[in-house]
Design a protein around this ligand. Structure first.
Ligand SMILES: *Cc1c(COP(=O)(O)O)cnc(C)c1O
Length: 328
């Protein structure tokens, strides 16, 4: 398996910052993908390979960080601080980003310091990120203004990025993923699929969508009764933009919950990777593709339907052992 198949030499982060997010997105136009279970149903599958954008600052995380970076510069910040778990793609991307542009980074980690760091956190520390471990209880306060004020004192001139990069600035950065897409492929009568954690990426894309375009997000989280609240929060992020009726969230393929896996999911992603030579991450993109295949087999789409899946990257997360029980 070639995890880093490249059609062109990736840009460095510094080179990327000289370009707009639109120009990043133009580098990886959707490509047709043949996968028998979808082909049999007449589904016309395409994939936009944002995993190829940059080997470390990959996929949607780069777009979100762009929005935050512009904001941090406007505030003359000297350090970037954010939150995440032991396997966080977001912190991993942030640490690499900071090391590339020469800015200090701080990661507030959910849970005590383990005896052996996970490969993700080992990378973060090696890249110069300051790791601050906090109890899960404390971590729950990640939006509490008082705690944020304390963190600002502890890390002066830090620009604080919410967990998962999930706010208006992250959302605006992700809009770049969408703008060029309709010049690259006909989006009318197509469904654009993407995995969702905080839903920021979906919000960014939906915020610049136009009539006739359809986005379908696959939640990596088990939402249950929180479903409506989750959708409301996504809608809130794109307040002021008209995207009504052009996006929806499917929450049926969480496979047990965030970062959890089932034998069906594992078997599926192995089969998908062997047939297509496209690597998926177990937390997000595998669940999206699994969901697409399940929906197709349930007859959700008519033959001829075009599906454009956004590969949001995050392949570093493949080093996670797969959570079957709570880590902390
Ligand atoms: C973080 C992440 C997501 C989720 O993005 P949100 O904007 O939080 O919805 C999706 N895919 C991958 C690979 C990620 O790392």
């Amino acid at each position: 398996m070639n995890l880093s198949a490249q059609t062109q030499t990736p840009l460095s982060v510094v080179q990327m910052l000289a370009l707009s997010a639109d120009e990043w997105a133009a580098r990886n136009p959707p490509e047709p993908v043949e996968y028998a279970p979808l082909k049999q149903k007449g589904i016309d599958l395409w994939m936009k390979r944002e995993d190829r954008l940059h080997p470390q600052v990959s996929g949607n995380k780069a777009y979100k960080l762009l929005g935050h970076w512009q904001q941090a510069n406007a505030q003359n910040a000297s350090c970037l601080l954010s939150f995440g778990g032991y396997y966080s793609n977001h912190l991993h991307a942030l640490a690499n980003f900071g090391a590339s542009v020469g800015v200090n980074t701080v990661g507030i980690i959910r849970g005590h310091e383990p005896e052996r760091l996970t490969p993700t956190l080992e990378d973060c520390r090696a890249l110069g990120m300051t790791l601050k471990f906090v109890s899960r209880q404390r971590y729950r306060d990640k939006l509490d203004p008082q705690w944020l004020a304390q963190l600002s004192e502890e890390f002066p001139r830090a620009y604080i990025i919410p967990e998962g990069g999930a706010d208006r600035w992250g959302m605006l950065g992700c809009s770049g993923l969408m703008s060029r897409l309709r010049t690259q492929i006909d989006l009318q009568n197509a469904t654009i699929c993407l995995p969702c954690g905080t839903g920021t990426t979906l919000a960014g894309m939906a915020s610049v969508s136009i009539a006739g375009e359809t986005l379908l997000g696959f939640s990596a989280l088990k939402l249950g009764e929180r479903y409506q609240q989750y959708c409301d929060e996504i809608a809130c992020m794109m307040e002021g933009f008209d995207s009504f009726g052009r996006w929806s969230i499917n929450a049926d393929f969480h496979c047990g919950g965030f970062a959890r896996q089932t034998p069906e999911l594992l078997a599926f992603s192995q089969d998908f990777e062997e047939s297509t030579d496209i690597a998926l991450d177990p937390v997000y993109t595998a669940k999206m593709m699994f969901g697409i295949v399940q929906l197709a087999s349930q007859g959700r789409w008519n033959p001829g339907q075009r599906i454009i899946a956004i590969h949001t990257g995050g392949l570093q997360g493949r080093r996670s052992p797969g959570i079957t029980d709570d880590l902390n």
